[in-house]
Design a binder for this molecule. Structure first.
Ligand code: FES
Length: 130
């Protein structure tokens, strides 16, 4: 997946990101961040473009469950889950009713969207050194 750069002048959707392990996910002791995104972008793209390191082992093609997040508010502001996503997210640890794969959550409304990134999300898959 290609993470597109966000132009702050045109980004208009507010995404509130709550992080259980902020220092590992964004390098700051800041448990909540409000970042900007665009309609049509995935929540994974918004997070990555704003320095929040959500694991995404398959590159955002719905072939893993490492980008698992919880949508705490604004589920009507993002695309509905597909059958393929539902099948994948069931493999994620800590499954809840509000579990989603962030790479599959496309922003469709004006926000706000509240997303929680669990600490086990990061570094779920590591490549061995070659
Ligand atoms: S990055 Fe693999 S399903 Fe989202």
């Amino acid at each position: 997946m290609h993470v597109r750069p966000i132009d702050p002048a045109t980004a208009s959707v507010s995404v509130h990101v709550h992080m259980e392990d902020p220092e590992s996910l964004c390098g700051k002791a800041q448990p909540t961040m409000v970042v900007k995104g665009h309609k049509g972008w995935s929540l994974l793209e918004v997070a990555m473009a704003n320095g929040i390191n959500i694991e995404h082992a398959c590159g955002g093609v719905c072939a893993c469950s490492t980008c698992h997040v919880y949508i705490e508010k604004g589920e009507d502001q993002i695309s509905e889950s597909t059958e393929a996503e539902e099948d994948r997210v069931e493999e994620a640890p800590g499954l809840q009713r509000n579990s989603r794969l962030s790479c599959q959550c496309m922003i469709k409304g004006d926000g706000p969207i509240h997303m929680r990134v669990p600490s086990w999300n990061r570094n779920a898959v590591k490549e061995d050194a070659h």
